[in-house]
Design a protein around this ligand. Structure first.
Ligand code: KG4
Ligand code: ZN
Length: 337
């Protein structure tokens, strides 16, 4: 079965084709227009999706050496995300579905980050998921391979948002997360102790205090000091964020007596986080699944992979039942978003 995945929830237009043999193509058109504004401008994002979506899907088909007639299922991100951006991908998917009579399935973007792990791993359940992206920071429990049950989330900023906003304070271009990651590798994580929100207890997260603390810290220093110590400041910020993430993940796994976890979302590409989680897993004898870097950040292979998981849930389910369950969509009846 050839599944065409389409993702357009934020500022990446992506299309991918997946079948039993693996990922046949994984095309991502990232929008550079937002850099000058220091963050994603929703209106510009929708327009850029609109400009690139046909070409992106076409390229995914070409790279997979398939035509649209070979596609058995279209899977498109239904939410959460920027409404204008989502509508471009979903409407395009609906058009393809109607024109070519191909069933269409709506996919939850956060579930997809988790099920990105099914592309490269045979997951064992139950497991805990740490989903850390630009808009979300969540811990979920998966008793089986289907809908994750959220057990905690951030009270304010997401971890990726904290990286990006702190990066902006440091004069780094959007998205700053990957840049802070690289700069941190040459810095001292103990150079300055930034606050680690809600560290002592519980499973919830909070990163807004860290952002304010970095702002005040930078205001108290001159430009030369900041430039000279950029690596150390980045490493100290990364340390504060990743310590919280790994501590909460360990706490959730212990509290739920679940020795397996997946990492998911853009921030799961962070090298300091990956190292800390690996060390924590080694200490506790836990198993951690993590996606390759290209499946951490937004991509459409994870959308197609999630459709495959949902199909396995109930292979005999009718299209109408799928619609009623809330995750499935048939050509003529796209679920309202
Ligand atoms: O999952 P994603 O691509 O999009 C959302 O669903 O939000 O995540 C994007 C976020 C951005 O905040 C970006 O700065 C962050 O992931 N990110 C990183 C790294 N790579 C991406 N943050 C820290 N270290 C990285 N290596
Ligand atoms: Zn995402």
């Amino acid at each position: 079965m050839n599944i065409l995945g389409i993702e357009s929830s934020c500022d990446d237009t992506a299309a991918s084709i997946l079948n039993e043999t693996g990922v046949l193509s994984n095309v991502i058109a990232s929008q550079s227009i937002h850099v000058q504004f220091g963050g994603v401008v929703p209106e510009l994002a929708s327009r850029a999706h609109h400009r690139t979506i046909s070409q992106t899907v076409k390229q995914a088909l070409t790279e997979a050496k398939l035509s649209i007639q070979d596609i058995d299922l279209i899977a498109a991100t239904q939410g959460p995300g920027l409404m204008g951006s989502l509508l471009v991908g979903l409407s395009f998917a609906k058009g393809l579905s109607l024109a070519h009579q191909i069933p269409l399935m709506g996919i939850n973007h956060m579930d997809a980050h988790i099920f990105a792990n099914t592309i490269e791993h045979n997951l064992e359940f139950p497991l805990i998921a740490l989903t850390v992206s630009g808009g979300h920071t969540q811990l979920s429990k998966l008793s089986g391979p289907y809908i994750p049950e959220i057990i905690s989330q951030t009270r304010d900023d997401a971890a990726g948002e904290a990286f990006d906003k702190i990066g902006k304070l440091l004069g780094l271009n959007y998205p700053a997360g990957p840049k802070i990651d690289v700069l941190s590798r040459e810095g001292n994580p103990y150079f300055h102790e930034f606050p680690k929100g809600l560290m002592r207890e519980g499973l919830e997260f909070s990163f807004s205090g860290l952002k304010t603390s970095v702002l005040y810290y930078l205001q108290s220093k001159n430009d030369a000091f900041i430039t000279q110590n950029l690596n150390n400041i980045c490493a100290s910020v990364s340390h504060a964020i990743t310590e919280v993430l790994v501590t909460k993940l360990e706490r959730a796994m212990q509290a739920h007596s679940i020795p397996r976890a997946v990492m998911a979302g853009g921030v799961s590409a962070n090298s300091m986080l990956r190292e800390k989680v690996a060390a924590m897993a080694g200490k506790n004898n836990f198993t951690i699944y993590k996606p390759s870097l290209s499946y951490c950040t937004d991509n459409a292979a994870m959308i197609a992979a999630t459709a495959r998981v949902m199909l396995q849930k109930e292979p005999s389910i009718s299209s109408q039942q799928r619609l009623e369950e809330g995750f499935g969509i048939h050509p003529y009846s796209v679920q309202p978003i």
